[in-house]
Design a binder for this molecule. Sequence first.
Ligand code: 1CP
Length: 333
Amino acid sequence: MTPIQETILNKKTTNTPIWLMRQAGRYLPEFRKIRELNPDFVSLCLNETLSSEITLQPLKRFSLDAAIIFSDILMVPHGLNQKVKFEKNFGPLLGELNIEQMSKIDEIDFVQKLYPIYKSLKKVSENSLIKDKNLIGFVGAPWTLLVYMINKHSPKKKLIKDFFKDVFLINRLLAIIEKFLKLHITHQIKNGATVIQIFDSWAGLLEEKDLPNYVYIPTLNLVNYIKSLNIPVICFPRGIKNYKSYCDIVKPDAINIDYDVDPINVYKSINIPIQGGLNPKVLLTDTENLKKETAKYLNIFKDHPYIFNLGHGVLPETNPNMVDYLVKMVKDY
Ligand code: 1CP
C-alpha cells in the first residue's frame, strides 16, 4: 500500500504523507518554460506528452507522495462543447451555453475529445517516478462546474444576479454534468488514477439552505459512484461553514480543509481522515514562520489520519525552495 492509502484506508497516523494542490504550476520555472511556448492552456492540457511531463515535474524536485494529473476542472465543459478560454491576468472565460445541443452529446464524442488526458494519465502511471506513490485524478464538483458554465467566468466573490432564475435549466444541466463527470472519472481510473479528488471551489458561495440541492446530493452521487469502483475519494468543499455536516452527509474517504477552518475544531469534530489546511501564503513568508505553521498542523493531527497539503493551491509567486523546505520538514517530522 502507498503512504496515502495507508492513511486513508488503514487510518495510519505515522509518516504523514504530503502532496500539494497546484504542485505543478507557475511557481516552477520548468513549468513556466513550457507554458510560454504553449499560450493556449486548453491545448496544453490536451497535449499528452507535455501534460504528463508537467505532472511529473514536482516529483523530480521534491519527495512528494502523489502526482496530480495536469489538467483542469474546466476540461469537462470543453468536452461538452462549451468554449473555454484562459485569458492572461483574467482567468477562465466560457462561451455560450446551448443546453439543447449539450443534452444530445454522445458519450463517445466526449471521451474522444478528452482522450489525451487519459493517455497522459496512462503515461504517468507507467513512469518509474510514480512507483509506490499515488496518481490523483480529479473533477470539479457539479456545483462548481455549474457556476462556471452559467456564470461564464470566475465568480470571485459573488454570482451573477440572475444565476438561479432558470431552475429548469439548472436541473437539466446538473443531470448532464453528473453523467459526464462519472464518465470522466471512469476513464481517469481506467488509465491509472488511484485516488480521485473532487474540487468544490465555490461551495462557499451558497447559503446553508441551498447546500442539499446543489452540493450534498450531487456530490454524494459521485462519491458513491467512486466508492463503487473501489477507489478512495477526497472532497474539498472550499469555504463552507460546516465541514462536519458535509462529512456526515457526503461521507468521503477523506476531507480537505481550507485555510479559514480552525484545525482544532475539525480535529475534535470530524473522525474521517483529514487533508490540508495550511495557508498557501505561509509559503511566501520565511522558513521560521513556515516551520511554526507547519508544526501547528502536524501537532494538532499527530494522532489523527492526516495527509499534509495546503488550504488552497500553491501561489505562482512561491519560491520552490520554500516548497522543498516544507516537504523535507514533513518527511523528517
Ligand atoms: O499558467 C496558467 O496561467 C494556468 C494556471 C492553471 C493551472 C496550473 C489553471 C488555470 N489550471 C491549472 C491546473 C489545475 N487546475 C490543476 C492541475 C494539477 C495541480 O494541482 O497541480 C488542478 C487540480 C486544477 C483545478 C481547478 N481549476 C480548480 C479547483 C481548485 C482551485 O484552484 O480552487 C479550479 C477552480 C480551476 C479553474 C481554474 N483554472 C485555472 C485558473 C486560474 C482557475 C481558477 C480561476 C478562478 O479564480 O475562478
